[in-house]
Write a protein that binds this ligand. Structure first.
Ligand code: UFG
Length: 329
């Protein structure tokens, strides 16, 4: 079954890879993006791009009224844990305000399916071990809090209005399109893997390890890195599940890697040492976030293609070597 899908934030890192997956199966895709962090050339040919802002209510209504949408995939949001600790009200106002308005207008326009990009940052300082869908929601940052509010809103949107939703809680999205068309290009870049790769390539100063005194085996933070194309595939499978009702899935590889292990992986894949130094902890960073992703595997048949950290790093390395300046625009 092919669908007509509206993708907010479809010019961003995860959104653009989801658009690629939707196009590959023949869906009719429209991207709605203000290009504040996304890139025009990250929208693959085949998808339509509407440049617009979710805070522009007339623009949102115009695009939602433009025919019958089978689903809305909502990626567009501010997404940096560290930044949200410095600008809490900006994060809450933007992510919650825009998200609630979009959900409300989807209900108004009779759209039946909604997919929310949620996050592992919901879980704050979770106890050690893999985190399943029923773990307590205790955000450690305003960013995590903003997604927790939207998750709750979707519960009510289903109960009262019948809007079926898939809440996908990403752990650490990384890697790049295996066909080399898309990659990770944040400006400024704050994410670990691209910074480590650039340090290895000599394009940036040595990467700083934020904190070596965490309660983890090597003292550095542990994250569950998930390939962005595997994440994209999860959106298609979750959408199909909505015929059975709303779903919530934690999405990772059920394996954690420390910052030191990421540095070692890049050194292996790139075949060169990674210049690095050590810095204090970054506010808002939990010690460890590892997903228990059995539910989406069992219910929706999701299977990661790039589960190994070196495979994820390999695709990211290839894109950054081929695109020294990132996207052209
Ligand atoms: N880190 C460093 N040095 C750097 C950058 C990062 O040591 O220069 C460390 C961080 O402290 C953290 C780990 O590398 O421990 C990963 O940091 P990222 O900035 O790459 O990613 P985050 O874990 O902060 O956040 C990402 C997404 C969020 C999402 C979260 C879920 O950006 O949107 O994963 O786990 F909520």
């Amino acid at each position: 079954m092919t669908l007509r899908v509206l993708v907010t934030g479809g010019a961003g890192f995860v959104g653009s890879h989801a658009v690629a997956a939707l196009l590959a199966r023949g869906d009719d895709v429209c991207v709605f993006d203000n290009l504040s962090t996304g890139h025009r050339s990250a929208v693959l040919p085949g998808a339509r791009l509407v440049v617009g802002d979710l805070a522009d209510h007339a623009a949102v209504d115009a695009v939602l009224a433009d025919g019958a949408w089978d689903a809305v995939l909502h990626f567009a949001s501010l997404s940096l844990v560290g930044e949200s600790m410095r600008e809490p009200m900006l994060y809450l106002r933007t992510n919650v305000g825009n998200g609630l308005h979009l959900i409300d207008r989807c209900i108004h326009h009779g759209i039946g399916r909604f997919v929310l990009s949620s996050t592992a940052a919901l879980f704050g300082n979770a106890p050690p071990g893999a985190i399943g869908e029923t773990a307590p929601i205790e955000p450690g940052s305003p960013y995590g809090e903003s997604k927790a509010v939207l998750e709750r809103a979707l519960l009510w949107a289903d109960r009262i209005h019948g809007l079926k939703s898939a809440v996908l809680r990403y752990f650490n999205a990384a890697g790049a399109d295996p066909e080399g068309r898309l990659g990770e290009d944040h400006r400024p870049e704050t994410h670990l893997i691209p910074l480590v790769i650039d340090a290895a390539l000599g394009r940036r100063p040595p990467v700083q390890v934020f904190g070596t005194d965490y309660d983890t085996p090597d003292g550095t933070c542990i994250r569950d890195y998930i390939h962005v194309s595997d994440l994209a595939q999860a959106h298609l499978l979750a959408l199909a599940r909505l015929d059975h009702g709303s779903v919530t899935y934690n999405l990772g590889n059920s394996a954690g890697h420390s910052v030191r292990e990421v540095i070692a992986s890049v050194a292996r894949v790139g075949g060169r040492p990674v210049p690095h130094g050590f810095a204090p902890r970054r506010p808002g960073d939990p010690a460890s976030l590892v997903a228990a992703s059995a539910r989406i595997m069992e219910e929706a048949g999701w299977q990661p293609r790039f589960a190994a950290l070196d495979e994820i790093v390999r695709t990211a390395w290839a894109w950054r070597v081929a695109h020294p300046q990132g996207y052209a625009d």
